[in-house]
Design a protein around this ligand. Structure first.
Ligand code: PLP
Ligand code: ZN
Length: 468
């Protein structure tokens, strides 16, 4: 059955050679004609869009209305694929941009130049809730009974939470074995998701969940779902809001499945087309060295968007070599430990729209940056700190100027992965080696080690005199 929610919203294949369109009432994760990814697109002439971004501030006065309170749905006019009153919200997106001068010093930027968009403050503790609110809304409109995802952890935590709060669907999550941080697994289990552990990594789980959901008609909420990305656009609306609607010079984001970077590019591109911003920011996408598919493809193999005709040959050769040599992603930043990023082509488009760059940072750089983010008063998980580590590198390389305005997205909360944090600060060399040493992390540059003291008042006082 085909449903028409809104005549002015539709799905469109992003391929420059196809461009087929489909109803928003269809559940698709790829173009049925050519296999490319789909966008949710709008006939903007028929959508009531405010004349200026400032008008969105009016929602602040109506916080008793859940759709005005939601950091996603108060921007409904910019993602109008479903009637506002049917949009699902659990209070996501109460996150804002925060000036971070301590971290700016570490990154090498002037005070007042670095801002952190702290998405760890979402209900499930990561930015995924922004996308889930939108995908879940779409699933609900289609009457889905079950929703599934493959996950490195945060998507499953988010899905499980939306299911538990709304009681609208059953959550089915696929995780790789041993590949999920405990904080995230704990959430999925406690929120009651049906949890399927696959012997394999994220990419294996992803391939399976696609098959299973097609076979059994389960709604898929991974970021191949174009509705997910509509919700994630709003992270950038809130960044603009935090800068009093001025466009930053740079947005820096970790790259895993590349949903965020794709969504951010689309958000700014649409605002530019609508005349709501006057210029595009630049974007930097940060890979972990141990999971550097995007960086390799863009920087070494020179793959570009190329007007919707990226070089498929180079991409498939790269993946063939990866399989042949049995190269598998490996990084402490488990949220970006991905071999085949599902949104690669959309991300290439975003790189073109935003004159983007891609860089790599080691696990050492990630953990040192994470420690500095913590010292500055922001708790994030390893993948999130990749953005700060990447910004530091790009400043050192002179690509980002010291006086430019830079926004790093902190994608997930500190408590998602306490193992990594504790191992970094530990006094126990064995723990350090087991968790971090095996990943090429040599030192905990900014470790804040516990002081070990005998259970004795004098000794404790002596220790305080010495270290306090
Ligand atoms: C999902 C996730 C990422 C990766 O984002 P993509 O949109 O897949 O590139 C990064 N950090 C955290 C904390 C995540 O949960
Ligand atoms: Zn197509």
């Amino acid at each position: 059955m085909k449903l028409r929610f809104h005549d002015h919203a539709f799905q469109r294949c992003i391929s420059g050679t196809c461009g087929a369109t489909f109803d928003v009432g269809e559940t698709l994760v790829a173009c049925p004609r050519c296999g490319e990814l789909l966008d949710v697109d709008y006939d903007w002439d028929r959508c009531p869009v405010p004349g200026s971004l400032r008008e969105f501030e009016q929602a602040w006065a109506r916080r008793h209305d859940p759709h005005a309170f939601s950091g996603v749905w108060r921007f409904h006019a910019l993602l109008p694929f479903a009637p506002r009153e049917l949009c699902v919200t659990i209070g996501e997106g109460q996150t804002f941009l925060q000036r971070a001068d301590w971290v700016a010093g570490y990154v090498g930027l002037k005070p007042g130049c670095l801002f952190l968009q702290y998405e760890g403050m979402n209900p499930s503790g990561s930015f995924k809730d922004n996308g889930m609110a939108a995908a879940f809304t779409h699933a609900r409109l289609l009457g889905a009974q079950r929703a599934a995802c493959a996950s490195t952890g945060n998507t499953s935590a988010s899905l499980a939470l939306y299911c538990a709060v709304t009681r609208l669907m059953r959550a089915v999550i696929f995780v790789g074995s041993g590949k999920i941080a405990f904080g995230k697994l704990a959430q999925a289990l406690e929120f009651g998701a049906l949890t399927i552990q696959i012997q394999g990594d994220f990419d294996d789980a992803m391939a399976r969940v696609k098959e299973v959901s097609r076979e059994l008609g389960i709604y898929l909420v991974n970021s191949v779902n174009p509705f997910r990305l509509e919700g994630q656009k709003t992270i950038m609306y809130r960044v603009l809001e935090g800068l009093r609607w001025e466009v930053p010079d740079w947005v820096v984001v970790p790259g895993g499945n590349l949903g965020n970077s794709s969504a951010f590019g689309k958000a700014f591109w649409e605002l530019k087309q609508l005349g709501l911003i006057d210029r595009m920011p630049r974007m930097a996408i940060v890979n972990a060295t141990g999971a550097n598919t995007l960086s390799q493809l863009v920087n070494t193999h020179c793959v570009t968007w190329n007007g919707g005709r990226p070089n498929r040959e180079s991409i498939s050769q790269f993946y063939q070599a990866m399989d042949r040599e049995n190269r598998r992603a490996s990084t402490i930043a488990s949220a970006i430990e991905i071999n085949r990023p599902v949104n690669l082509s959309k991300c290439l488009r975003a790189l073109e729209w935003c004159r983007g760059v891609v860089c790599e940072v080691s696990d050492q750089e990630i953990l040192d940056a994470k420690a500095q983010v913590g010292m500055g008063g922001f708790g994030c998980e390893p993948a999130s700190a990749a953005s700060v580590a990447g910004a530091k590198r790009l400043v050192e390389q002179g690509i980002i100027g010291k006086e430019e305005r830079v926004v790093c997205v902190l994608t997930g909360h500190q408590l998602k992965d306490p193992n990594a944090t504790v191992a970094y600060h530990t006094t126990d060399q064995e723990v350090f080696n087991k968790v971090l040493g095996c990943r090429g992390v040599r030192r905990a540059t900014f470790a804040n080690r516990a002081v070990v003291v005998p259970n004795d008042l004098d000794e404790i006082i002596k220790a305080l005199r010495l270290y306090g």
